[in-house]
Design a protein around this ligand. Structure first.
Ligand code: ASP
Length: 439
């Protein structure tokens, strides 16, 4: 059995956190490949090493005195090394980094050093091999991740190491230029490594015990989700983004490898298991409820819209022309409504409206702003009668006016639009009816 274990920044922020991680890895010999992030925040006022590196490099680029900032970063690593009583010096590494910063080696190179150095410490601490991600994670000339080349290089390289540390977040082009994934990208590296070694499990260790049925800022002590499918997670992406990078799903999902979200500070918790499919029913009819504020509904009306071929395309073209993506698109016989992010839309509002008028010649366009969208998601909804009924009666009891309803034909989710002001109440009402009352 092979497990790939990825540890996030808060799990590796200090020597104390490192030793928790060491205990976790040593307690299971199947945990063979370790993917570390850069040291994260030790407390609320602290700064992540990645952010320190970006800042330091900016100073180097402006030809300012970046050495003081770099020294602070070195101190963070040295406090980990000393706290773990390791006989390791990063002096030479820091000399190279300083020279490369002075030579303006690039922002991605700068940020990647956070994971690179943490990987060296981790390998030394565990007695594992160190594999520089620049050698095995490949980006193409355009800076896009090259999945196929990476998979073949990495597969071969991992065969040579029974136990190894591969730093997260970065890789390199064929010529050696370092490229990073987007922020939080160590999750993606973990997934790529899991795929390459055909792991049985990808454990993603962070500072929460997995996904929760609802946002803890709205619901006090919400229940945890034990098992969730990849599709459910995608539908709940409003809540998932902070726990797991969205792109981390693809490599393992294709390879049929489950992801287990675990908590470094509570290793006895089972966490959440993310799987392709399961016959395990979820504990409640719904798996989770999540949402987001800040949407605008653009209602486009035209008599006989249903018979006009290409009407929908013309309306959507107006959004596309101005680089605006849409979130949902419920429709009626003579209306279609396009939900867009208010922030993205606000600055281009009049241009988009005039494009819709020009392209689709509608009778009326109506705008409804300050809306929130809520996704109620659950594989259990398909086989349960009356789910929608229960949601709407709960919302009406909570005095929440429902502005839009959209149920996907997969019956995996129901999307509800409410006013921003009703958002918290709506989430509470839905959580109560399905989880608190155990229906
Ligand atoms: N250290 C990087 C970041 O802060 C990547 C990661 O932690 O996954 O975004």
């Amino acid at each position: 059995m092979i497990k790939v274990v990825k540890f996030g920044g808060s799990s590796l922020a200090s020597a104390g956190q490192f030793s928790k991680v060491g205990d976790i890895i040593r307690s299971d010999k199947h945990r063979r490949y370790v993917v570390p992030s850069a040291p994260g925040k030790r407390n609320d006022k602290d700064t992540k090493v990645t952010d320190m590196l970006y800042d330091c490099y900016e100073t180097a680029e402006e030809e300012g005195d970046f050495k003081i900032k770099l020294k602070k970063i070195k101190d963070r690593y040295n406090s980990i090394i000393n706290g773990l009583h390791l006989k390791l010096s990063l002096e030479e590494e820091f000399n190279i980094i300083a020279a490369n910063f002075a030579a303006k080696a690039g922002k991605d190179y700068a940020a990647s050093r956070g994971e690179y150095l943490n990987g060296i410490i981790m390998a030394n601490y565990l007695g594992f091999d160190f594999i520089d991600a620049a050698q095995v994670i490949r980006f193409d000339e355009q800076g896009e991740f090259d999945a196929d080349t990476t998979n073949s290089i990495l597969k071969e390289r991992l065969k040579q190491s029974e136990y190894a540390v591969i730093p997260g977040f970065y890789g390199a082009k064929e010529d050696g230029t370092v490229v990073t994934f987007s922020r939080g990208g160590s999750d993606i590296t973990g997934s790529i490594v899991a795929k390459a070694c055909r792991a049985d499990m990808y454990e993603n260790w962070t500072d929460v015990s997995g996904f929760l049925v609802a946002d803890p800022r709205i619901i006090k002590n919400p229940k945890a989700i034990k098992v969730i499918t990849y599709r459910e997670l995608r539908e709940l992406s409003y809540m998932g983004a902070t726990v797991l990078h969205e792109d981390a799903v693809f490599p393992v999902r294709k390879a049929g490898i489950p992801i287990n979200i675990r908590n470094t500070n509570a290793p006895e918790d089972e966490g959440t298991l993310i799987v392709e499919n399961t016959c395990q029913p979820s504990l409640y009819t719904i798996t989770g409820v999540a949402g987001k504020k800040g949407f605008v509904a653009v209602n486009v009306e035209k008599d006989m819209m249903n018979t006009e071929i290409g009407f929908g395309r013309k309306v959507l073209e107006a959004f596309e022309m101005h680089g605006i993506s849409f979130e949902h698109m419920p429709s009626g016989i003579d209306t279609m409504t396009v939900f867009v992010h208010q922030e993205e839309f606000a600055g281009k509002e009049q241009q988009v409206l005039s494009s819709i008028h020009r392209l689709a010649e509608p009778d009326v366009i109506d705008l409804d702003g300050d809306l929130a969208l809520i996704a109620v998601v659950g594989r259990g909804m398909k086989s349960t009668r009356g789910t929608a009924g229960r949601i709407f009666s709960a919302l009406s009891h909570a005095n929440v006016n429902v502005k839009m309803i959209d149920q996907g034909s997969s019956e995996l989710n129901i999307i509800i639009g409410v006013a921003n002001n009703d958002f918290d109440n709506a989430i509470k009402a839905i959580y109560d009816i399905f989880v608190e009352t155990q229906l």
